[in-house]
Design a protein around this ligand. Structure first.
Ligand code: SF4
Length: 356
């Protein structure tokens, strides 16, 4: 089977070209064709000798996905894409337009092992990790389809990015390469459900990307109930890792807090949320839940407002997310919400129109 050329970084590509006795500058020419010009066929690389184009075509794939479905929500100004991978599995990605800001929300795994109760992806289980090339390919494909230049990337699609750490960092490096896709590192956000050891690793390695933590509960019991990963990484350890991260990197964190009626959305929860995050340079995004499971329904608007007022009353940067766009990505993996499974294929996600 041909290898996806997007899985190669510059050094690996250069090593390969050396084996073919190609001059050094060929590496940059090919990188430019892939990431700047966004060519989808090797025949388009007109600055390469014909023989090399043929060799590349025999050895590598330049695209490994096919677009299976696309749903536009004019009201929300979002477009959701369903991609079929080389092995027949499916993933989703989303473009969210908000004024001049254009966010690509991308997946890092097919399915997810973490089984967060409000998340449909969790119900799939983990089918496999995406390669770095497959992560980058989502960006390249959506660049072609987006009506505006991409400004932000969020790893909030299917999967837990910090459980596919190496591929995610490698993809983020490629996406931010100044001579390639050139997306600002600060505008690339990795969202985690709380993989403590890899939050610390991000800090220790001084990774330049932004970090979001999907918190969703203010006490251990509730967090364990809705996010089983909390058994392995308890809330106290998670908050300590968040403190460590901000101290070590000097960067602010985003806490995502998905509101679920009767579970985590009372006034006392709002007060406790402020209390447990005090002293951690952070902002908090409050997102009414969009689960397809009635057990995890969003609170009524007045409760969301009351939560907001308590949180906004504090001297903190608090944002209550507009539902726009977040209907389809309220937390990592929420892309899957609102979709139905196709009967025979466990891995298939059949799309239905995005909820308004
Ligand atoms: S919310 Fe994220 S971490 Fe949790 S099951 Fe869904 S995809 Fe996995």
């Amino acid at each position: 089977m041909k290898e996806n050329i997007l899985n190669l970084d510059e050094t690996q590509l250069s090593d390969y070209l050396q084996l073919l006795d190609q001059p050094r500058y060929r590496t940059r020419q090919i990188m430019k064709g892939i990431y700047v010009k966004n060519y989808e066929e090797f025949s388009r690389f007109s600055d390469l000798p014909k023989a090399l184009r043929a060799e590349l075509d025999t050895t590598f794939l330049l695209r490994s996905f096919t677009l299976e479905d696309q749903i536009v929500s004019p009201k929300d100004d979002t477009t959701k894409f369903l991609w079929k991978l080389n092995d027949g599995m499916m993933i989703e990605s989303v473009i969210i337009y908000e004024g001049k800001r254009t966010t690509f929300c991308i997946s890092s795994q097919v399915g997810c092992a973490l089984d967060c109760k409000f998340c449909a992806t969790g119900r799939m289980g983990l089918l496999r990790n995406l390669t770095s090339g497959e992560i980058v390919e989502q960006v390249l494909l959506m660049k072609k389809l987006s009506r505006q230049p991409v400004t932000n990337i969020v790893f909030m699609g299917m999967g837990e990015p910090l459980l596919n750490y190496d591929a995610v960092i490698r993809a983020a490096d490629l996406i931010s390469d100044p001579e390639g896709l050139c997306i600002s590192r600060k505008k690339i956000t990795i969202s985690t459900s709380g993989i403590v050891k890899n939050i610390r690793r991000l800090a220790d390695e001084q990774q330049p990307y932004s970090l979001a933590i999907s918190l969703n509960a203010v006490d251990q019991t509730t967090r364990e109930r809705i996010m089983p990963i909390a058994r392995k990484y308890p809330l106290g350890e998670l908050l300590e890792a968040a403190r460590y991260y901000t101290r070590k990197t000097g960067k602010r964190i985003t806490f995502e807090y998905v509101l679920m009626d009767g579970l985590n959305s009372g006034e006392q929860d709002a007060h406790r949320l402020l209390k447990i995050t005090r002293g951690i340079p952070s902002k908090i995004n409050i997102i009414p839940c969009n689960s397809d499971d009635p057990l995890y329904a969003p609170p009524p608007d007045e409760k969301v407002l009351a939560f907001d007022q308590i949180v906004n009353g504090a001297e903190r940067t608090i944002t209550v997310r507009n539902r726009k766009g977040w209907d389809i990505q309220a937390a990592c993996g929420q892309l899957y919400a609102g979709n139905r499974r196709k009967s025979k294929q466990k891995t298939f996600i059949e799309s239905i129109p995005i909820k308004q």
